[in-house]
Design a protein around this ligand. Structure first.
Ligand SMILES: Nc1nc2c(ncn2[C@@H]2O[C@H](COP(=O)(O)OP(=O)(O)OP(=O)(O)O)[C@@H](O)[C@H]2O)c(=O)[nH]1
Length: 347
């Protein structure tokens, strides 16, 4: 098995990108239970995990369940999807500089809006070399079926959103479901999210954990030869913006996909705008920090549903040039090639 996380950490310090795993799922579904299992898995693989826990209330009892040797930071009295959105970046910064973890796991509150939380994490990756690689959504099986039968309400809608955003879905508490109910719940999950892997679990224990280190949904740094072959990244292959090729599909189950690119050199501003204008519809959000070779200052750019905004910035801290793209089922290989071409063009 290729250990991609370990590979990431063989990069030099300046290139090192720390993967971030987001745990989502409705209140009481089993996120903390999953967190405990994940920590154990990473430790067994010789990796050093760190944790960000977010609670709406002002105390975090779940933090007590995390071993003392795991770096832990708590965001209390608010939700990272809204009131504490800005604090997440700072906490990630502290964890990275103080503990140098191999992977960071964020447990969001059960009430968090997943899209907003993804936004908060990707926002942070503009300033720190972190990369959102997976969204694990824990689904309370019995609760899912109950809410599906009775209703429409906001909670049901939120649950559905969390399921839609997951790259991996854990159909949890299956010990409380009859065999035919498991089939019914799996069908619902598949209807709402056609791309995620679905694992039926009791206490968030899947049949195997291979997927945890095998998959990297985002590729922030140039591919080496071996990896290029693995993803079927062929320069000569026909390019079609916005489509996902078979190799890409094999590589990632993502529904919501994120690509983070750290720029190695300044690029041409006009060429960058041309690229933004030709982004396919399914890349609906992008943001980043850029140095252009043809303008004196650095820029923060925002792109949302075809609207682009550039703002001059003078960061106080040392921040790297980066671009984050968010969308659904887009071809990361195609986009990565476009970004690399922008850099090659100025050579
Ligand atoms: N029967 C059963 N109980 C489970 C399972 N997984 C978790 N639980 C229990 O469900 C309760 C909630 O689990 P947690 O892991 O705390 O859930 P959570 O999503 O972190 O909860 P919040 O912090 O409220 O969002 C606990 O009492 C767990 O022991 C399961 O597969 N089956």
């Amino acid at each position: 098995m290729t250990n991609k996380l370990a590979k990431t950490n063989k990069l030099t310090m300046t290139e090192r990108v720390t993967p971030v795993i987001l745990l989502s799922g409705f209140l009481g579904s089993g996120k903390t239970t999953l967190l405990g299992n994940l920590l154990q898995q990473y430790k067994e693989k010789g990796l050093k995990p760190a944790v960000v826990m977010n609670e709406i209330g002002d105390t975090n009892l779940d933090g007590q369940l995390v071993d003392d040797d795991v770096p832990l930071t708590e965001l209390l009295s608010g939700c990272i999807c809204c009131s504490m959105k800005g604090d997440l970046g700072l906490e990630l910064y502290k964890l990275l500089s103080e503990s140098q973890p191999d992977v960071i796991i964020i447990e969001s509150t059960g009430a968090a809006n997943p899209m907003e939380t993804i936004d908060a994490v990707t926002e942070a990756s503009m300033y720190k070399t972190v990369e959102l690689t997976s969204i694990l959504t824990v689904v309370d099986g019995p609760e899912l079926l109950r809410r599906h039968k009775t209703g429409k309400g906001r909670t049901f809608k939120l649950m559905k959103e969390q399921i839609r955003c997951g790259t991996h879905l854990l159909l949890n508490k299956s010990d409380k479901l009859m065999p035919e109910e498991i089939v019914e719940a799996q069908q619902l999950l598949r209807d709402w999210n056609s791309h995620a892997s679905i694992m039926e679990t009791v206490r968030c224990q899947p049949a195997d954990w291979d997927w945890l280190t095998e998959e990297r949904s985002v590729r922030p740094l140039p591919l080496n030869h071996e990896e290029a072959r693995h993803t079927g990244n062929d320069e000569e292959a026909e390019e079609k913006p916005g489509t996902t090729n078979a190799a890409d599909h094999h590589h990632s189950h993502s529904h919501v996909m994120v690509l983070t690119h750290y720029w190695k050199k300044p690029i041409d501003s006009e060429s960058f705008e041309v690229l933004l204008n030709k982004l396919p519809d399914n890349i609906y959000r992008a943001k980043g920090i850029l140095t252009f070779r043809d303008t004196p200052s650095r820029f923060l750019f925002q792109y949302a549903f075809k609207e682009t905004d550039f703002m001059r910035i003078e960061p106080q801290d040392e921040v790297r040039d980066v671009a984050v793209f968010i969308g659904e089922h887009f071809s990361k290989e195609w986009l990565m090639r476009q970004l690399e071409r922008l850099e090659q063009e100025v050579e």
